[in-house]
Design a protein around this ligand. Sequence first.
Ligand SMILES: C[S@@+](CC[C@H](N)C(=O)[O-])C[C@H]1O[C@@H](n2cnc3c(N)ncnc32)[C@H](O)[C@@H]1O
Length: 257
Amino acid sequence: MENGSANELKDNEPTQNNDHQPTSDTSSTTEENVQTDSICSYNDAKKYWSNVSPTVDGMLGGFGAISFIDIRGSEQFLKHLYKLKPAPGRKRALDCGAGIGRITKNLLVPFFEQVDLVEQDEQFCQTARAELADCGPKLGTIFNAGLQDFTPEQGRYDIIWVQWVLGHLTDQDAVQFFIRCTKGLARGGMMVIKENFTSSNIVDVDRQDSSVTRPLAVMKQLLKEGNMRVVKEQRQTSFPKDLYPVYMLALRPIIKN
Ligand SMILES: C[S@@+](CC[C@H](N)C(=O)[O-])C[C@H]1O[C@@H](n2cnc3c(N)ncnc32)[C@H](O)[C@@H]1O
């Protein structure tokens, strides 16, 4: 995870330029009045990810070791959602910005009858297909697309899981994506986002991979504009202390009268 995606996990001091990437010389900056459409270039991000190895360590910016804790935290969060009324179904989930299928394999496949994935990098899609070959009919469709261009089929998903990818979307595209997701949810369905957030109230910019890390309040505003309301919120615990705070938010569509 980077600053804002999952590629670089480390938190920033609000006014410094820091090297974040444990294995490279990425620098991320804290900037005021960030216009995400001038930072989040889909082509540059595509180039960046095409040079990342299709491994768990590659997906997590060298922090592969936290994958187990991450999945365990997600599992507990997901289980809580089934205590809410109406509880989501357990038929179909969608893994967004799925990478090589780390979350599908370890979290979603054990929970749902079928899981679809959407991922912009073709090589990651191929690796996901190989990694998930044992899942049989539980593996649904792997869509090779950017979230900014992807429309989930109407009413299809009980859970839409979006993790360590929203930092790549411009504010405007994130809002439009959320609106499309409200329509892609089945009755009782929820979207879950799990992302890095800045501990300041300022957006961090990572020019190396064309992503941003937003404050939680900024994300909540985008979700509201995207017609989603927060029904449960929880911070991931037990991650190394110098990483960005990671929050899980469960969301339902706002029903307008
Ligand atoms: C940090 S990795 C996280 C992968 C996965 N969510 C996980 O946690 O293991 C970010 C993923 O988002 C993908 N990605 C980046 N921009 C995207 C976009 N606009 N639409 C869909 N996927 C994107 C990258 O190719 C990469 O696979």
